[in-house]
Design a binder for this molecule. Structure first.
Ligand SMILES: *Cc1c(COP(=O)(O)O)cnc(C)c1O
Length: 345
């Protein structure tokens, strides 16, 4: 029986809902070892664990999609494997082998297949099985140093459609007093400690009626970095711009896919470069990108006392075009010209 008929997945949004199986691998002085699938549940951990005391941990996020055919697909899981591998190096975690990561996301999807939301004709109404790989320093440490042992877990959770009422624009606020990342820091990797620092400014912005913070760089307080935990893009005519990967920007898989499609499918000129707040004053469209929503159009940006309105606060035609093509690739509707899909068998 399909579990998804029983839990009203469309109303789940992005709330945690447990599935049956998780995947575990561990690392001691002998290196990484696969433990395999086990029932989803609590794990025992020393209060002296490196991750609990010093935040030595990383996460990933990707989705398994129901295709229009009856396949279940992953989208570019190798890219997430490479990203967590690089993140491990930055946090002094023995780099997780790429094949263990790919095995984990495939096995967890397969074992929890009954929780993958069914394909929907209306692309905006798609749900997915969200996969959450995490790696932690679980061995005990007292001084500030790398943990003696590590645990990698991948669990899964069904998520409902991101947009509740159609493809809607978000309102952003530029933060005057907070930054997400600093030069030489960990903004370029999915370090767990990067995310709690954004909660307070995001909450304050939400209380004022904005959906997210648009972060500027910490050095000059002038150049756009990211939209909360999503990448930023803007469009002027046939040109697509996004901030270059300078160590403060998280290299999104969606970001890289959008750059590729814009250039090779839509014949746009793409630029990865510094983008100042003044640069967006005359843009035609702007959007945020990430696994959760794929593309979220940006309707306005509040900067000090000024409101910058983009495309009359309507989703732009180019944004919609790129969004549709990405969803069509993810759900097995168009040709997989670039080999981005992998079937979970
Ligand atoms: C995960 C993440 C993104 C988006 O990455 P995707 O691979 O496209 O999901 C963007 N910015 C930050 C800060 C992130 O953590």
């Amino acid at each position: 029986m399909n579990e998804m008929n029983n839990i009203e997945w469309k109303k789940l949004g992005f709330k945690f809902f447990p599935t049956k199986h998780m995947f575990v691998a561990t690392c001691s002085s002998e290196g990484w070892k696969v433990e395999g699938l086990r029932p989803f549940g609590n794990i025992e951990i020393s209060p002296a664990a490196g991750v609990l005391n010093y935040g030595q941990g990383l996460f990933e996020g990707l989705k398994a999609y129901s295709g229009r055919d009856s396949n279940v697909y992953l989208f570019r899981p190798q890219k997430n494997a490479e990203r967590i591998h690089n993140g491990c190096k930055r946090l002094c975690i023995p780099p997780l082998p790429l094949d263990i990561f790919v095995q984990a996301v495939n096995e967890v999807t397969k074992a929890n297949r009954e929780y993958v939301p069914p394909y929907q004709e209306d692309s905006i109404a798609q749900g997915a099985l969200y996969l959450r790989p995490v790696v932690w320093g679980t061995g005990p440490v007292l001084g500030v140093s790398p943990a003696p042992s590590y645990t990698f877990v991948t669990y899964a959770c069904p998520v409902g459609p991101y947009f509740r009422s159609g493809f809607e624009c978000i309102k952003l606020k530029i933060s005057d007093s907070h930054h997400r990342a600093a030069p030489g820091g960990t903004g370029g990797v999915k370090a767990i400690g990067n995310y709690c620092v954004g909660m307070m400014p995001a909450k304050a912005a939400k209380d004022e009626g904005f959906q997210e913070i648009l972060y500027l760089d910490a050095k000059d307080n002038r150049y756009i970095e990211e939209v909360g935990a999503a990448n930023f893009f803007c469009i002027k005519g046939n040109r697509l711009y996004t901030p270059n990967l300078d160590g403060c920007i998280l290299p999104g898989v969606t970001r890289s896919s959008i750059l590729h499609l814009a250039k090779h499918e839509f014949g746009m000129e793409v630029f990865e470069q510094k983008i100042s707040v003044e640069d967006i004053l005359d843009c035609d469209e702007a959007f945020a990108s990430g696994t959760a929503a794929v593309i979220t159009p940006i309707g306005s940006v509040q900067h000090q006392q000024k409101e910058i309105v983009i495309n009359n606060s309507e989703p732009g035609t180019v944004s919609k075009k790129i969004y549709k093509m990405l969803l069509d690739i993810q759900h097995g509707i168009t040709d997989d010209k670039y080999n981005w899909r992998s079937v979970v068998e």
